[in-house]
Design a binder for this molecule. Structure first.
Ligand SMILES: [Zn+2]
Length: 262
């Protein structure tokens, strides 16, 4: 292997590491230190640009005006009366017509989707607030932007490694390791979004215990052939229920206030 090749590989690796670790920012809402290359404006633009394509790919927006109104109203309530309003992200809540895939997800910058399959399984407004709160949590914690920065770092380092070692199998190992890391980050992201979702629901006047029932509904709906956001990368609902109970006990040591919407 040539010396020049090794030097270039090292430069590529160094550049990837510098751009990643040079992009450190503190999230104003979660207080967490994050590595993110995009600005919130870029996140918003990316979400707005990909929302129509995403909706089309997932079978389109529902024609049911009541479903659309309900989701828009509860979504607006979760955002308006919580820390999410201070985030500056322009939240928009879309209802997908899909009657089979039980799912909800968020694009960066505030575009949030829920399928009719999930919506029709929910029993109360509080449960809907729980689902939407979780997705708003992904947006304000900037999980997509964080993942994009991680992907860029992984690609840079994997490229450098392949260049330096000249071995395909070593590259494959590096990729597998990176994949595994992303999966575990994904799980942390889900638990963080559950915690944020609980906070947002409670601030909007919804009973946070409604999210426990959502987990039970998801558990029952599980086992489908597709792998939607709420069932794939997520920790199993039983684990999430344990954390939800802990979070509620910690946030309300003297019990929940009266008059919350179930
Ligand atoms: Zn999630």
């Amino acid at each position: 292997m040539g010396k020049l090749q090794l030097i270039i590989a090292l430069l590529v690796a160094a550049f990837s590491l510098f751009s990643y670790f040079g992009s450190s920012t503190v999230n104003p809402i979660t207080g967490e230190k994050q590595y993110i290359g995009m600005t919130p404006k870029e996140e918003i633009a990316m979400g707005l640009q990909s929302a129509p394509q995403m909706a089309a790919q997932m079978g389109g927006i529902t024609n049911d005006p009541r479903a659309r109104q309900l989701v828009a109203a509860v979504g607006a309530k979760v955002v308006a009366q919580s820390v999410a309003a201070k985030s500056g992200y322009p939240f928009k809540f879309h209802v997908l017509a899909d009657p089979r895939t039980v799912n909800a997800f968020a694009l960066p910058g505030g575009q949030i989707f829920i399928t009719m399959a999930l919506l029709s399984r929910l029993e109360t407004e509080g449960q809907l607030a729980g689902v939407l709160g979780h997705e708003v949590g992904h947006v304000i914690a900037r999980h997509s932007a964080e993942r994009i920065a991680k992907d860029n770092l992984t690609q840079g380092l994997t490229g450098a490694f392949a260049m330096g070692s000249g071995s395909m199998s070593a590259t494959q190992i590096a990729q597998a390791v990176a994949q595994f890391q992303m999966m575990s980050y994904g799980r942390d992201d889900e638990l963080e979004s559950d915690r944020l979702g609980l906070q947002l629901m409670a601030e909007a006047g919804y009973d946070p215990r409604a999210l426990i029932r959502v987990m039970q509904i998801l558990e029952r709906a599980g086992g489908g052939s597709r792998v939607p956001e709420w069932q794939s990368s997520h920790p199993i609902p039983a684990n999430r229920i344990a954390q939800i109970n802990q979070t509620i006990a910690k946030a309300f040591p003297n019990g929940l206030p009266p008059g919350l919407t179930p």
